[in-house]
Design a protein around this ligand. Structure first.
Ligand SMILES: C[S@@+](CC[C@H](N)C(=O)[O-])C[C@H]1O[C@@H](n2cnc3c(N)ncnc32)[C@H](O)[C@@H]1O
Ligand code: SF4
Length: 398
């Protein structure tokens, strides 16, 4: 699908009620009122500088993510909308707007305020409905709290409810995983994200030194078949969408880039430049970066000092990876119009995917087969350029 170019505004909130053992996102557990207030003041300064730099822009989509945005108080959340609307010129009621929440941080009042402000998608991390499974990944979570949060979201009434679940958790079986999937389905979510458990450096699980062989493939296949049988559309290896009216408003295509990220840990993307603040996973590093961000003067936000320039090859590879990992596949016509080069010459290795029956040509589209989609996490990195591979190897986690 080709779509209109309309940039995406993203605000990052790097605070959570807890630090889950699997999570390597840029966030910290806790953060008192004064720390959060200083962060929000810095966010206003950053937004002012960025808005001046980019001028009048009509944003096509808005997301507040983290971390856990709803860790903020009612008035903290209001501040985010003041930044987005008052400073960046967004109209949240007119564009698709999404907010990430966690079970322990929401109630009907907070959620209704968000929906009243124009939020039409609430995404909640549940991970597992089994208390022991959640506890095993250092995510203490009571079942009653999870169900209360889900009922509250439905009561507040955003058009889209998304639920995140993780498979491959320690102690999980295919049966207990499917019980979680079925519990989630009771709320008839418009979207579901199923993540295989990734064990990453410097997270609680990564430091534990355990081995992580598991039932991930069986969990994936069972849940996929269940959802497809119920009429859900598989959008990618991780995402499933319930059949129904599609989102209104301007369609945002991530291949077309154009994301303005605000906040410490937010990433921004243009065609040729990806940049962010510096990144850390360990608690000490994250706190230090948030403190440094909160102390930044207004002028300092005019410069991005951490990022990567994408040359032509990396721009083409990024486009191919992002398209191919969606079940709808890669439009050869779209690629040719965008880059004016020949895909077969640019990435000859794609023919290997066809030879291995991991991808197939359907008219103008090259799409992964079911066997290819379930290997998405191997195929994506396999298509990285040598330069990106080297940069990743050289990256020092902190
Ligand atoms: C920003 S959180 C979602 C909202 C909220 N912070 C929460 O946890 O409820 C992003 C999601 O990424 C997924 N995630 C993060 N790290 C992961 C990992 N190592 N393996 C699998 N999924 C992961 C989880 O499903 C999580 O819900
Ligand atoms: S999974 Fe969510 S709540 Fe847990 S640490 Fe990551 S962002 Fe925070």
């Amino acid at each position: 699908m080709e779509c209109h170019y309309a940039p995406f505004l993203y605000i990052h909130v790097p605070f959570c009620g807890m630090r889950c053992g699997f999570c390597n996102l840029f966030t910290r557990a806790g953060g008192d009122e004064a720390t959060v207030a200083r962060y929000l003041e810095a966010l206003r300064r950053e937004a002012g500088t960025v808005r001046e730099a980019i001028g009048e822009v009509t944003f096509g989509r808005f997301a507040i993510g983290g971390g856990t945005p709803t860790y903020l108080s009612h008035s903290g959340l209001e501040t985010l909308f003041e930044v987005a609307e008052g400073i960046m010129g967004l109209d949240a009621a007119k564009v698709p707007t999404s907010v990430e929440v966690s079970p322990g941080t929401v109630d009907v009042e907070k959620l209704s305020m968000l929906v009243g402000r124009g939020v039409d998608r609430i995404s909640i991390g549940v991970e597992s409905f089994d208390e022991a499974e959640a506890a095993a990944v250092y995510r203490p979570q009571e079942s009653a709290e999870v169900h209360h949060a889900l009922r509250s979201i439905r009561e507040a009434g955003p058009r889209t409810l998304n639920i995140d679940l993780i498979y491959g958790l320690p102690g999980q079986t295919v049966e207990s995983w499917l019980r979680s999937v079925r519990e989630a389905l009771r709320y008839e979510p418009e979207e579901l994200y199923f993540y295989p458990l990734y064990v990453r450096p410097l997270t609680g699980l990564g430091r534990s030194g355990r081995s992580w062989d598991d039932l991930r493939l069986a969990c994936y296949r069972e849940a996929r078949d269940l959802l497809v049988g119920l009429g859900y559309e598989q959008v990618s290896m991780r995402m499933f969408r319930r059949a129904g009216p599609s989102e209104s408003g301007i369609v945002y295509c991530c291949q077309d880039d154009g994301m303005v990220g605000l906040g410490c840990g937010a990433r921004s993307y243009t065609h040729a430049l990806h940049y962010s603040t510096e990144y850390a996973v360990g608690a000490h590093g994250v706190r230090a970066l948030i403190e440094a961000y909160s102390a930044r003067e207004v002028e300092s936000f005019g410069v991005a000092s951490y990022g990567r320039h994408l040359d032509g090859e990396d721009q083409r590879r990024r486009f191919v990876i992002q398209s191919l990992l969606q079940c709808s596949g890669l439009s050869l016509g779209h690629y040719a119009r965008r880059f004016e080069t020949d895909l077969g010459e640019d990435l000859p290795e794609l023919s290997t995917l066809i030879d291995l029956a991991l991808a197939e040509r359907q008219g103008d589209v090259l799409a992964l087969t079911a066997a290819g989609i379930e290997r998405s996490d191997v195929i994506g990195p396999w298509l990285y350029s040598d330069a990106v591979r080297r940069a990743m190897e050289d990256y020092e986690w902190r």
